[in-house]
Design a protein. Sequence first.
Lengths: 398, 308, 282
Amino acid sequence: MGRRDFLRNLAITSGAITFGGSLLAACGGSTETESGGLSIGTPQNPIKLPVTTDAIADGLPNESGTLEILNWADYQNPDSIAIFEEKFGCKVVTSIYDTEEAAIAKLRNGTFKPDLILGMTDTGLAKLVAADLLQPLNKSYIPNFGNVISGLQNPYYDLESQYTVPYFIYGNGIGYRTDRIDKNAFAGNGYDTLWDPQFSGKLALLDSYRDTLAMAMFRAGNFDANTTDAAVITKAGDDLVALREATNPKVDILAYQELPAGNRDINFTWSGDLFTALQYLPEGVKPDVLGFWYPDKTIAKNDFMCVTKAAKAPVLAHQLINFLSDTDNALLNREYVGYQPALESITVDLLISSGTIPESLVDALVTPEKYDAGIAQVSLEPQADALWLEQWTRFTAG
Amino acid sequence: MLFGSNSGRVSPQDKLKKSPRLWAGFAFPGTIWLIALFALPFYAVACIAFGTIDPIFRDAVPQWNPLSWDFTQARQVLTSLATGPLRGVGLRTIVYVFCAMTLCFVVGFPIAYFLARHAGKRKMMLLVLIIVPFWVNYLMRMLAWVNLLSVDGLFTRFMRIFGINYNWLDGSPITVTLGLVYGYIPFLILPLFATLDRLDWRLIDAARDLGANSRQAFRLVTLPMSRAGLVAAGVLIALPMFGDYYTNDLLSRSPSTEMIGNQIDFFLNASSQPQNGALLVLTLSLFLLLLMSFYLRSTRQQSRQVTR
Amino acid sequence: MTAQRSTSRLALIIWGYIIWSLVPVVIAIIFSFNDGRSRTVWQGFSLRWWWQDPNLSVLQNAEMRNAIFNSLVLAVATLLIVTPLGIALAIGSQRMHGRSANFVQGLTSAPLITPEIVVGSALLITFTRLLTAVPLGFVAQLLGNVTFSLASVVVIVRARLVSIGASFEEAARDLGATRWQALRFVLFPMLWPSVMASLVVVFATVIDDFVITSFLSAGVSSETVPLRIYSSVRGGATPALNALATLLVIISFTALILGLFALSTWRKRNGERGGLRAASPM
């Protein structure tokens, strides 16, 4: 092919791309607005989610090739994955997300095309279902589903667990360095420590607008983590701005690395991060430098695994869900991730007796009592969501 | 390279100019490419920016017909930039870029000047050493500093010897500004050097001979002669700095050092509000267009003044 | 006397600058050989993070290897498209005249003065809303990088065209060559240095590109080395990350040195303005 032909072909191709794309856009422009509304389950009003496709058939062979996971960073044990790869003769690759909203936006616009999503929670589930991104599960591939904590086998956000299988459980609270902050600092209103200027520059909050705004609400005595009350939401925004001015916080999800490294003293975070943090301790630093204040009234919840509708390897995705729901595999997975697997057999006592959890972190374990007392955090209706995001932007825009 | 191409005035190319269709044919594929993938995307951004919002996902719905563009959200974002929460971000971006640029000039100009005027035999070697960071990946250079500045990093420990116990990576505007300087200064030194290297130093010597002291010679001769190059080099680093978000993200990650690029990244990539992101992209582009037109005007004046 | 003093002060600045600009990078490279997990505290020399560790070292970790592979493929693919496209555009835009020439030249230089984040986000919006036939990931990254680097190829090649001038081609035409022959046997060979220069510059730009590649990426399948570095710089990444970044530097410099080498061989073979001589053996 001569140079000229090549150039001509290139011209034709680039022209065709432009033209074809505009056609596509012209035809498909209106589909996005058609959804009818969000299906949101709450503990008071549990919901059976709408289903638009059938689950995969029973007894299909495992796909050969690649399984693509979408997950938080450091939220699966590479060793567990290696065992799975060997057992099922496949390759597993993982894409990373930092926030649920970003993950959903990117799933919708096609940036992410995973088979399996790990670690999503019910604050994002309604949107995932409304965007028709998930496929119902075929439990015949997941015999280990029976291992799941019995109270979570029929959760309010997804009755009959049509789409989801619980992965880990955790509660929201404050991780801190016991060598720099005394436990008694959290007597009184423990949240006030986050507003304490003496921790300026050594303090961080979760990069999760739902969790962090709710934290500000709890501090002010409002314990509805799904409020639609504009005044309450604005107050939380005001308080966070005050926090920002007092303590110049970081906003990220790196507590599990930065606390053990000693780069910060105090971090509003998920309880499980403290257990992840144990393996990031520099050599020679004792594990009991890590502490966690678990508030009496706070969010306690689970995240889950779900299979995407567009999955190219749905059988493998089911197999991995089943694999991770096996007690031994879940324990191995936990060794790296740190979080508590949502399995009935993995009790708090079992974890304490394993000897890996320092005395100072026993408080960070989510007991069944704490779990039941936890405040639920569910998807928001779009109007309310906009109010929350508006306040969050006010805070993060500095 | 931006500066080597003051094209145009070449020897008459009569014969070549006789085949306009051939040359247009040469330019055609690239032109189509740029129309499709450079110009058209701006239209797409505008269609998102002035479109509507999906009620369920709060996602933008593009409005392809410019006649029905909706400017409510644009007004909100502009208000926010003028008086609301985004105002701090905008001002901070300008301040950081201004400080970083000033520092770049303060450090970069003497270096370029020395290279062009006094380096002598060592010129080649020094030039190579100065070009090296140009070829080291930007993120690698930031990674290097993150290592040095962390709590047990070498630099932090070194500073502790002098009793300075500063937490560099905890949302410090100083770190961010210095990070920008470190990142972009190679892109300033090279074009500056190219400009100064082409100067006719005999003019400066003449000025000295005619009684000007070194400061006067610098102010009255060197500076005016190199002004176009200075401005161009400034523009060359200012433009990417205005759109920078990764330096900030790596060195600070705190709301109190958030720049406009971070907000664009946040709205487009980390949150489900692409409309705001698109509006900020448009605003930033317009702002930079203004800067550019200032630059173009000043270079045009310059080329009228200087006759070579 | 004073002049000398100020000169030595300038020399001090320049050496200070060189130390400031290079030492951190050198230290980061050294730490890729650290025996411990730390990227800040030296614990002895080892090649653990380069290849000894079976899972985490840069040459054995599947994701890091994947990132290196993706970076190289993206850079080479971009080169294959952008070089012919850019050369043609440079020749065409330099020789066109009139209003259309102004338009083409304006369009060509516009990407040079547009921040990457603007190009990246505009293309992201375009590929997800308008040209939806283009999937995010490799294809989108390729189109984006070609668009962004096209301008630099044009600038480099055009500078060369200007310095060559029209006389060689005219001479060829006078001697009876057709227009196409004049291009093929006279102009193209003379363009080699600029082509080489653009190859090197574009390769380095794309290998190092973060913003556009990141905006247009689709998860791990299209993760390049800079993306990998970015996502793991903060926090507990191991010295393998330093090793990965070092590899990137090595790749860039190899490209640079190869380019310079090719250029100097070309110069040696063809003399200063050896276009005609270069054409003769063909």
